[in-house]
Write a protein that binds this ligand. Structure first.
Ligand code: NAP
Length: 504
């Protein structure tokens, strides 16, 4: 993180008793506190409906959240008390106008007591249906405009399709300007995602070959072994296309494919990202049927444990047609990428938890080294995002000995394999950036808009053709069609065991 300190402010978290606040926001704030990155006068106001006193909130919500989810839990003895005094629980219903008036008075009191200079951040960690009404109430009851600066943080999903996203944006813009709106895509807060631009633009040997002359294709995988856990109600309405592809995976595509920005200034970076999204070849219904594969898991095994089918998960309809897996092939129609397929896949209940980007370089002609010397493998650049964070490059090299036998070797950098390396969580970086006013790692409206423009025709084509679900067993890499998507192009999804060096 940079050295500049974020400004003093109040951070109001609507949904301060919810899952996101407990699993991500409080642990991130605590980690920032321990590392000295919080502004000295910051006060956090957790808004919820449940009946807590300050003390019971700290003991029943805050402390267990940090014990369970903070990477700095071992620092709790020394730091919990001073951290907890910065958090205040405020009980109200977000549909009660009088509650906003009380909240407004409370914020002024805090601003006067602590030196917060009238700066306010509103974090909407509530269900998406509440985003618009909360923002409208903030404006109608005078909590915004703030005396100092003001910002609003919006969780995903940002709409359900382009019309609903545009409507949400209109509601936000009635109270906040575009630069005050921080749309979270937490993938952008991950260490290795931020590293993509550095790898590309700070190394001489990647940029010259980062194009359709040298790259055969790109694979992006974001796989989870878990099912829907406690979020079946939300997920069953969203599905993998809206939950993962529209935001996280397309954001990864932009970072891999963008042109070098004119500078690292926020808008310069976003300008290049949005150009990628606008260059995506649109998919008509025939292209969707051919190039987009959807799946839903049935019963199966993960880590030798039997797991139930998706349709038997909590809060999921027993005849649900929601997809839990998507694989697709897309093309970016610009000079750099014309003709290079990008294969994306994401899903739940897959065999391993992994997010990674693989760039496969074009094969060399078999002129010097023929089959008799071993199989010449393509060069790969693999960017591992999670759970391992790192980069490795696959090359061909001579096996030691008196012949020219060739084996693949791997130059491997693993950032979090060493004991003691404890990378910051995505939400640490994102909250820090909101406090210091840097929206580079948040999505601008035109990015969201272009992403929905690409995704909506897929959803529409699917609506017209009911799926035959379930079509993969939990623990498999999606339905067979996901493999065929690459096989018919003479390619295959790289599996972990293939990426290991051969033993001679
Ligand atoms: P959640 O566990 O259901 O929490 C909802 C929160 O909203 C609770 O604090 C609840 O307060 C509050 N709330 C609901 N209705 C309210 C009302 N009328 N007045 C005042 N407060 C009200 O939801 P969540 O999982 O944290 O998700 C929050 C947001 O983050 C959603 O937009 C979700 O899509 C997004 N998100 C969540 C995750 C995640 O991992 N959980 C990940 C990505 C994005 P009480 O409990 O006091 O009633």
């Amino acid at each position: 993180m940079g050295l500049e300190r974020p400004y003093n402010c109040l951070l109001v978290i609507f949904g301060g008793t919810g899952d996101l606040a407990r699993r991500k926001l409080y642990p991130a704030l605590f980690n920032l506190f321990v590392d000295g990155f919080l502004p000295p006068a910051l006060r956090v106001i957790a808004v919820g409906r449940r009946n807590f006193t300050q003390d019971s909130f700290r003991q029943e919500i805050l402390l267990p959240s940090l014990q369970t989810f903070s990477r700095r839990a071992s620092d709790l003895d020394a730091h919990f008390e001073p951290f907890a005094t910065r958090l205040h629980y405020f009980r109200t219903d977000i549909y009660d106008p009088e509650g906003y008036t009380r909240l407004g008075r409370f914020l002024v009191e805090l601003e006067e007591a602590a030196d917060c200079q009238g700066n306010r951040i509103f974090y909407l960690a509530v269900a998406p249906d509440h985003f618009g009404p909360v923002v409208r109430s903030l404006k109608e009851t005078g909590l915004v405009p703030a005396r100092g600066w003001q910002r609003v943080v919006i969780e995903k999903p940002f709409g359900h399709d382009l019309p609903s996203a545009a409507e949400l944006n209109r509601q936000l813009r009635a109270a906040f300007s575009e630069v005050e709106i921080y749309r979270i895509d937490h993938y952008l807060g991950k260490e290795m995602i931020q590293n993509i631009m550095v790898i590309r633009f700070a190394n001489t040997f990647f940029e010259p070959v980062w194009n359709n002359k040298y790259i055969d294709h790109v694979q992006i995988t974001s796989a989870e072994t878990v099912g829907v856990e406690d979020r079946g109600g939300y997920y069953d309405r969203a599905g993998a296309l809206r939950d993962m592809v529209q935001n996280h995976l397309l954001q990864l595509v932009t970072l891999v494919a963008m042109e070098p920005p004119a500078s690292l200034a926020t808008e310069a970076v976003r300008d290049e990202k949005v150009k990628v999204l606008r260059s995506l070849r649109p998919l008509d219904a025939a292209a969707v049927n051919r190039n987009v594969i959807r799946g839903q898991y049935g019963a199966g095994e993960i880590d030798r444990q039997t797991v139930p089918p998706y349709r038997r998960e909590k809060e999921v309809a027993p005849d649900s047609t929601t997809e839990t897996f998507v694989a697709l092939k897309l093309f970016i129609e610009n000079f750099r990428w014309a003709g290079v397929p990008f294969y994306l896949r994401t899903g739940k209940r897959l065999p391993v938890k992994v997010t990674e980007i693989i760039l496969q370089f074009k094969s060399l002609p078999d002129i010097l080294y023929f089959k008799e010397y071993g199989e010449l493998r393509p060069n790969l650049l693999v960017i591992r995002v999670q759970p391992l964070e790192g980069v490795y490059v696959q090359l061909n090299a001579k096996r030691p000995g008196n012949n020219n036998y060739i084996v693949p070797i791997r130059l491997d950098f693993c950032q979090n394999c060493e004991v003691g390396v404890n990378s910051p969580e995505a939400y640490e970086r994102l909250l820090y950036d909101v406090m210091r006013g840097d929206p580079t790692l948040f999505t601008r409206w035109d990015e969201v808009e272009a992403a929905w423009q690409f995704v909506d025709p897929i959803a529409a084509a699917w609506m017209a053709r009911p799926p035959l679900f379930p079509n993969y067993a939990a623990g498999q890499w999606g339905p067979p069609a996901a493999q065929e998507l690459l096989i018919r192009d003479g390619r295959h999804w790289w599996q972990e065991d293939e990426l290991l060096p051969e033993r001679g």
